[in-house]
Design a protein around this ligand. Structure first.
Ligand SMILES: Nc1ncnc2c1ncn2[C@@H]1O[C@H](COP(=O)(O)OP(=O)(O)OP(=O)(O)O)[C@@H](O)[C@H]1O
Length: 350
């Protein structure tokens, strides 16, 4: 079984992060808190990936895809036509999620296909991070289903019967372990869960850091890195995998606001990095990326334009619009128009 790299965060995994950070700060070394990590790992995604065959792609990059925006029916969600669904990696079907009295997701449906770079946008508090956690298997929907390569997910990520895809989540904060070096952070799961030697892991860490454009930072502590460098280290940690396994599996990466808090240039670096680890692109050392598909939750226009091809707009618990990135600014959907220009006038109320 292969552990998906799930990174702790201030968002969804606060118990882990809190525990880890506390232990790190107390100077307790990796071996001690690995018991906790191992316990948590059992709840992590342990999913095997099988890459769907490459297909003949249409002009928009997706097989037989056709988008039409129609306001006549009152349904602003795009009609998407596909020849077949054999390349669907993840599907959310009519997903509902409430927290107490707060009904956050109220029938969310969409598909993520092999090779796609998808953005999820929408007003604050509309459930974007929640849907990412549901896709990653960290949260269970109250109603509705999540299908992973056509197989219905039962329960959370620890279920062994879930198979077909490794799903990694890169949280909003880079969430590196404070008292571990960059090398230990990036190689963390391999040190703990693989049969690779320290030398092998060390070499792989250096290669993965090079993939994200970082050199010579292996022995630094996170506190010695800039915000943008931390995000890149987190990205390296999310794409590293055990090379001694028979098949090196592609995976889906979910990014929760990867450029939040970065200056425009650092954002561009991270956006290009997200592109470069995609199988359709090349990483910093000219090799094809390892990520089959990815989903980015973002508020940043630059990230929308630069890092994704297709958008899902979440509002009041539903996908109210979807379309290609270039259609975002020209859409006649009043919700999208208001959001695109940041107007106070329109259907979105704060
Ligand atoms: N574990 C939880 N317990 C209680 N409420 C929660 C929990 N997780 C999320 N929520 C609430 O659900 C709503 C949606 O949260 P979520 O983080 O998914 O929104 P978001 O669209 O990602 O927001 P933002 O764009 O501001 O990051 C919020 O009101 C949040 O407070």
């Amino acid at each position: 079984m292969t552990n998906t790299v799930l990174l702790s965060s201030s968002l969804g995994l606060s118990p882990i992060k809190t525990t880890l950070t506390k232990n790190c700060d107390l100077g307790i070394k990796r071996r001690k808190f690995c018991c906790q990590i191992k316990w948590r790992n059992e709840q992590r995604n342990i999913i095997r990936a099988f890459m769907a065959p490459t297909r003949n792609l249409g002009h928009d990059g997706f097989p037989g895809t056709e988008f039409t925006e129609s306001s006549k029916s009152g349904n602003w969600s795009k009609e998407v036509k596909h020849e077949d669904d054999s390349d669907v990696l993840i599907e959310c079907r009519n997903v509902y999620k409430s927290f107490g009295e707060k009904h956050i997701l109220r029938g969310v449906s969409f598909k993520i296909r092999h090779g796609e770079a998808v953005g999820i946008i929408g007003p604050s508090g509309t459930g974007k991070s929640t849907i990412l956690k549901i896709i990653a298997g960290l949260l269970a929907p109250d109603r509705g289903e999540v299908y992973i390569r056509g197989r219905k997910r039962l329960g959370l990520v620890g279920d062994d019967e879930i198979s077909g895809l490794r799903i990694g989540l890169v949280f909003q904060s880079a969430a590196l372990f404070d008292s571990l070096t960059v090398r230990e952070n990036v190689g963390f799961l391999l040190y703990e869960n693989s049969s690779m030697s320290s030398d092998q892991i060390s070499k792989l860490v250096t290669e993965n850091l090079a993939d994200v454009g970082l050199k010579g930072v292996e022995e630094r502590l996170p506190s010695e890195l800039s915000g943008g460098m931390k995000k890149r280290v987190a990205l390296a940690r999310s794409i590293i995998c055990d090379i001694t396994k028979e098949s090196i599996e592609p995976e889906v990466l979910l990014y929760d606001e990867p450029t939040a808090g970065l200056d425009p240039i650092a954002s561009t670096v991270v956006e290009d990095l997200i592109r470069s680890v995609h199988t359709k692109d090349e990483d910093a050392i000219g090799e094809p990326g390892k990520i089959a598909s990815y989903v980015v939750v973002t508020h940043q226009h630059s990230t929308i334009k630069r890092a994704v091809d297709r958008l899902l707009f979440l509002h009041e618990g539903k996908v109210v619009w979807q379309g290609m990135t270039e259609e975002f600014t020209t859409s006649i959907n009043p919700i999208v128009r208001q959001f695109a220009c940041g107007s106070l006038d329109g259907p979105i109320r704060y």
